[in-house]
Design a binder for this molecule. Structure first.
Ligand SMILES: Nc1ncnc2c1ncn2[C@@H]1O[C@H](COP(=O)(O)OP(=O)(O)O)[C@@H](O)[C@H]1O
Ligand SMILES: [Mg+2]
Length: 442
């Protein structure tokens, strides 16, 4: 919010200015917002949010003492911090709402294009690819890592410097109404729904209910905005709008091929699909990307590690659901040089049909040509049973980490994937450390 003085910041946040900024007429406003007082320093506006264990507002004085431009907290905490150190002090009864209001105001001030990305799987990857496509042409600010919630999203917006031309925002949900809330803060011109799949099924009850939550992004677009949706996704049909431009991506869609002059640092089918969605979004704001797209994919999302003895580990331990498991197995089938090995752990939060989903997973592993399947966890055991001969069911990640090095042969390609809660990265680590299969030095 460079250029906004304390009075303006308070007004936009709907907060009361308790103490003026010491900087006076030379005040150039805060540069970014932080919610952890330990990160606060010169140029920062610290916002004290109430949390589960502690109320961030109690650290308002500490943030000011650390030289922060200012602090925003509930009236009690603002009063307690008043006079302790120089800096602006703002009071609002609901600091989170104030943070969100401020983000909307700053987004309006920037007047930039805003692209929102939601979907069941592939949001972060699509966001990272889109950032890479736009960066050579526009000043872009995109969500860092996974800061995709009602807190992370406003922080991303508020961190955008003046002159930002495009905001690329990942939007996640854990329930109905949450995407609408994020969209109300960010006011996107372009909304991308990467896909609809059985993720958070336990929470939402049905695939139709999941589609409804993703479609909140489409409902929030202004007239004349652009909706980017998967080609042939009938679940989104009820939400089609006559007053927005709809662009479909994927086989049979409006954007179904990547231009030849565009090169990407990966070639798995699902990443290419994400790239098509990103391409459609880039075009929606008038950018035609070309050349080598620089993408820094976030960690543990299909990272390939070359070990000794021609063994390759695909570390995809970041998370798993039926959709991403299927995509990862297809990728394994396509890229393995010799034997296909899959170490697959539980997929969590699938609700009453969890056994069915795991049995399907086992059958899909069989069709994908997996020869050795190691399942990890009580749910994944159903995958081992459906797979039949060649499957070993283990109880936990530590067991798999112990067993795996001894099960591998030269030339194996090993997919390691499970829900985050399983912690299956210990298997990838154990393999990288195992004598005789150590990662080759670059
Ligand atoms: N379009 C897609 N379809 C299926 N699986 C995907 C897709 N994109 C990414 N994945 C897989 O899902 C995992 C999570 O990807 P990520 O981009 O972090 O998604 P999200 O942000 O939606 O959680 C990746 O490790 C990858 O295996
Ligand atoms: Mg994500």
């Amino acid at each position: 919010m460079r250029g906004w003085d304390a009075e303006r910041v308070a007004r936009e946040a709907g907060a009361r200015l308790v103490a003026p900024a010491s900087a006076g007429p030379g005040d150039r406003g805060p540069q970014r917002v932080v919610i952890d007082s330990r990160d606060a320093g010169p140029g920062d506006l610290f916002v004290g949010l109430p949390g589960v264990h502690a109320d961030g507002g109690t650290f308002a004085a500490a943030a000011l003492a650390a030289g922060a431009w200012g602090a925003l907290a509930s009236p009690e905490h603002a009063a307690a911090a008043s006079g302790t150190a120089p800096g602006a002090l703002l009071a609002a009864p609901d600091p989170l709402a104030a943070l969100q209001r401020l983000a909307t105001a700053w987004r309006q001030e920037l007047g930039c294009a805003v692209i929102g990305i939601t979907g069941s799987t592939g949001k972060t990857s699509t966001k990272d690819i889109l950032r890479g496509m736009l960066e050579p042409y526009r000043r872009v600010v995109a969500t860092e890592q996974n800061l995709n919630t009602e807190i992370g999203l406003p922080l991303t917006i508020l961190g955008a410097p003046a002159g930002t031309e495009v905001l690329v925002l990942e939007m996640a949900m854990r329930g109905g109404g949450q995407i609408a809330e994020l969209a109300a803060i960010a006011r996107p011109d372009v909304g991308v729904v990467v896909n609809i799949g059985p993720v958070h099924l336990e929470l939402l009850g049905s695939i139709e209910a999941i589609a409804r939550t993703k479609a909140e992004l489409l409902g929030a677009l202004p007239a004349g905005g652009t909706a980017v949706v998967p080609a042939g996704e009938a679940l989104l049909d009820p939400y089609a709008r006559g007053d927005v431009i709809t662009v479909t991506f994927g086989p049979g869609g409006d954007v179904d091929t990547l231009p030849e002059r565009l090169t990407l640092p990966f070639d798995s089918a699902h990443m290419r699909l994400n790239a098509l969605a990103a391409l459609a979004a880039a075009r929606a704001i008038g950018v035609e990307p070309a050349g080598a797209v620089r993408v820094a994919l976030s960690r543990m999302r299909g990272q390939r590690i070359e070990l000794g003895r021609d063994i390759v580990v695909i570390n995809d331990c970041y998370n798993a659901n039926p959709m991403s498991m299927r995509a990862a197995l297809d990728d394994l089938a396509e890229t393995a040089r010799a034997r296909r090995v899959a170490v697959l752990g539980d997929m969590l939060e699938l609700g009453s049909q969890e056994r069915t989903f795991h049995a399907q997973l086992g059958r899909h592993a069989r069709t994908a040509g997996v020869e050795l399947l190691v399942t990890v966890g009580p749910l994944a055991q159903a995958a081992a049973e459906a797979f039949g001969a060649g499957a070993t069911a283990l109880a936990g990640a530590a067991d798999a980490a112990r067993a795996l090095p001894g099960l591998l042969r030269d030339g194996d390609t090993v997919l390691v994937k499970a829900s985050r809660g399983v912690g299956l990265e210990v298997v990838a680590e154990a393999l990288a450390d195992a004598p005789g299969v150590q990662a080759e030095r670059a």
